[in-house]
Design a protein around this ligand. Structure first.
Ligand code: SAH
Length: 325
């Protein structure tokens, strides 16, 4: 039995069954607080860990919008759930060379990952929630952050719960499932409120669907394989697909402008990732193969190119970001 499983069994025995939302929240809080899960030896690999090109294209998109908005000197780089800080380091290299000198603010709860982020980006500041970010023009990025926030599952109008069963946990009901996520709506609403008041833009990148639809998407990944959601509590990554229609709705309601949703591959190609790959390969002939396969993994439909989607939220005073027209 995992340490978290023991704690959750005690909690359920004391309180009664807990919602899927509470279960997912407890599992992910424990999981991220106790490890660096990324890379070949870990549980999963994210786009910034595939190649520096990913963060560089994001840095270029942010730098372009910042310049066209008049290069406000009080703007900050902000990132939600920055993992190892790899994306931030790659994006900031491009932003700094474009003249951006603003502060770096991270929203991160894991002490282990805060440490890694501090090594990648010296001088960063940390916050526990999106609401704690300062009210300044934002150059904000969230890659695979929303998918880790807890979802509710509703079956026939009733919230699905997790109970203790023989040898483990079980769901209290089955049937057609509808998911929603107050935690995501709240995070998006906080970002959009800040954009509406202080200016800036936000890039939200995650796997998910463009339209709200019924269906179960909650999944567990461990050692690069799908696993059972209710097993190994706290020792595997729990995620659910992001409903980009819900993201857009929450952002608009809080006063931000929202771009159309693009597939990650198409968006990266529009931003010029192919030219960046060519330049990297020319400068590093020994890396031609590595750069080529990273480009393919980030952009092709059988890699991360189609499953992952991108949307930008921006202040109405800022121009629409590049790549979405
Ligand atoms: N963006 C990174 C990491 C994605 S994994 C990358 O692309 O590599 C999810 C990240 O979100 C981790 O850094 C995790 O610790 C953080 N995280 C998860 N839930 C969180 C929460 N509720 N509040 C703040 N950070 C959270």
């Amino acid at each position: 039995m995992t340490p978290l499983e023991r704690a959750l069994r005690e909690r359920i025995q004391a309180e009664g069954p807990i919602s899927v939302e509470a279960f997912m929240e407890a599992c992910n809080a424990y999981y991220y607080a106790t490890r660096d899960p990324f890379g070949a030896d870990g549980d999963f690999t994210t786009a910034p860990e595939v190649s520096q090109m990913f963060g560089e294209m994001i840095g270029a998109a942010l730098a372009d919008a910042w310049k066209r908005a008049g290069a406000p000197s009080d703007a900050i780089y902000a990132e939600l759930g920055p993992g190892r800080g790899t994306l931030a380091a790659d994006a900031l290299r491009v932003l700094r060379s474009a003249g951006f000198a603003g502060d770096v603010h991270f929203v991160e709860t894991s002490p282990v990952l805060r440490q890694a982020q501090g090594n990648s980006v010296p001088g960063a500041r940390w916050h526990d929630t999106v609401e704690d970010l300062p009210a300044r023009p934002l150059l904000l990025v969230a890659n695979e952050f929303l998918d880790a926030l807890p979802v509710r599952q509703i079956v026939a109008g009733i919230e699905r719960r997790v109970m203790v069963a023989a040898g483990g946990f079980a769901f209290d009901r089955d049937g057609e499932i509808v998911e929603n996520s107050p935690a995501r709506d709240q995070a998006i609403s906080a970002i959009a409120t800040c954009l509406a008041h202080a200016g800036g833009m936000a890039l939200i990148i995650d796997y998910g669907h463009e339209r709200t639809a019924p269906g179960e998407t909650l999944q567990a990944v461990r050692g690069h394989r799908f696993a059972s959601v209710l097993e190994q509590a706290g020792e595997q990554d729990l995620t659910a697909h992001v409903d980009f229609e819900a993201v857009a709705r929450a952002a608009r309601e809080a006063g931000a402008a929202v771009t159309p949703v693009f597939a990650q591959g198409e968006w990266l190609i529009r931003l010029g990732i192919e030219a960046r790959a060519q330049a990297l390969s020319r400068a590093n002939p020994e890396r031609v193969q590595e750069v080529g396969s990273a480009l393919k993994r980030l952009t092709s439909a059988d890699g991360m190119g189609a499953h992952f989607k991108v949307v930008a939220l921006h202040s109405r005073e800022w121009p629409a970001p590049a790549g979405f027209a």
